[in-house]
Design a protein around this ligand. Structure first.
Ligand SMILES: *Cc1c(COP(=O)(O)O)cnc(C)c1O
Length: 395
């Protein structure tokens, strides 16, 4: 849970290269090495005793943050402009831990109906089990979310663009209402990363990253981050410590390595995604492309107002097509893999079923929904692969 650094004055690409590392501390080594430790030895009983009171300034125990992990945390906190960050073992832990840390029995929590599926599952199974009232709201409500508030509403969970369906939320409007009601706003900011959406400048109290995705960037690490503003830091820190949540130091090393190239990778993902999405939007097989950076997208105006960059993940709704034809299209693709997660260098495609999860709204787009993650391949090759795939729909 380290503090902000003095590198805030730099532009984003510079920050990404320099935050969260101090070679001086490690014999000049450029990257903070992998520290593997449980026990940390103290020289004096006085120091050990100070550590029990939380008053020892150095390392105290492996669980409480080894340098590889805390350097990743400080980099992510500074990058997003938050007070401090907590690195946790997965993106899912990053969505569930702040909910559990901040909600108490009798509270009411508002959750966007376009929330990442496993976050919804956690709310339904566990927040409710602990006596927290959960209700889902239309992601497009904007300031009309006021009508969903109850006297006991303490948290509003947002995710923008929405998982699978890519609705852009009016986060500043939601935050203004939440704050006027004394509620806190959480945002799953995985799609945009700290480069694409400045959470804290838009009223968010807790920003969440599945670092598994673009920050890791290579489909080889599971990690999450929770970035808090100053007012929310203390309850999160208490819970994080009391729960014994610790992220792997090797995974933190990989995430730091991924982070160093984020400012180069993300624009390439976005540029290629824009090319593929624009091509798709003109195809006769396609009913709608769900990609807020596209002019025509339902969320484009809000995206343009609030976001500073895009990423490479979007949805596609096809015109109705037989399930076996769609399977022929997808099974035969050469460059697009089928599998969960995204944010890696390789392109992915999966069918999705948003209609199965919704409770506050319906998802009825008039054809099958797909999700596409555009990797770092040449988009012309990706388009050719999809074009051959569309030809298989006809057979
Ligand atoms: C993938 C994802 C998560 C969870 O990340 P894991 O590391 O896979 O647990 C959370 N939120 C969103 C929006 C995601 O896409």
């Amino acid at each position: 849970m380290p503090i902000m650094s003095d590198k805030q004055r730099y532009r984003i690409a510079t920050k990404v290269a320099h935050l969260g590392r101090e070679p001086r501390r490690f014999m000049g080594v450029v990257n903070t090495p992998v520290f593997r430790a449980s026990t940390i030895l103290f020289e004096r009983v006085r120091d050990l005793e100070a550590a029990t009171r939380g008053e020892f300034p150095g390392l105290t125990y492996g669980l409480h943050g080894l340098p590889t992990v805390s350097d990743l945390a400080s980099a992510l906190a500074a990058l997003e402009g938050g007070h401090a960050a907590f690195v946790v073992p997965s993106g899912l832990t990053a969505t569930t831990f702040p909910l559990l840390a901040l909600a108490k029995p009798g509270d009411h929590v508002l959750v966007t109906d376009a929330v990442y599926g496993p976050t919804r599952r956690f709310c339904d199974h566990h927040l409710r089990r602990f006596g927290v009232d959960v209700s889902y709201y239309d992601p497009l409500l904007g300031e009309r979310i006021v009508e969903c508030f109850r006297d006991n509403t303490t948290l509003v969970f947002t995710e923008s663009p929405g998982s699978l369906t890519f609705e852009v939320q009016d986060v500043p409007a939601i935050a203004a209402i939440a704050h006027a009601r004394g509620a806190r706003v959480l945002l799953d900011n995985t799609w945009a990363t700290p480069i694409g959406f400045r959470s804290f400048e838009h009223g968010v109290d807790v920003s969440i990253q599945a670092a598994t995705k673009y920050i890791g960037g290579h489909s080889d690490v599971l990690l999450g981050a929770v970035i808090a503003n100053e007012a929310t830091f203390a309850p999160l820190a208490q819970f994080w410590t009391d729960m014994g949540i610790a992220a792997s130091t090797d995974d933190a090393f990989l995430a730091l390595r991924g982070l160093r190239t984020l400012a180069v990778r993300l624009p390439r993902h976005a540029e290629s995604a824009y090319a593929v999405a624009s091509w798709l939007a003109k195809r006769p097989e396609v009913r709608e492309v769900l990609y807020p950076p596209l002019p025509g997208d339902r969320g484009h105006a809000l995206w343009k107002r609030d976001f500073t960059a895009a990423s490479g993940l979007f949805g596609v709704v096809l015109h109705p097509v037989a399930a076996d034809a769609l399977a022929r299209m997808l099974d035969g693709l050469h460059l697009f893999g089928m599998g969960w997660s995204w944010g890696g260098f390789e392109s992915l495609i999966i069918p999705t079923w948003p209609e199965r999860a919704r409770t506050a709204t319906t998802w009825n787009p008039g054809g099958p929904t797909l999700r596409i993650a555009i990797g770092l391949e040449d988009p012309r090759d990706l388009i050719a692969d999809l074009e051959e795939g569309f030809a298989r729909l006809e057979k």
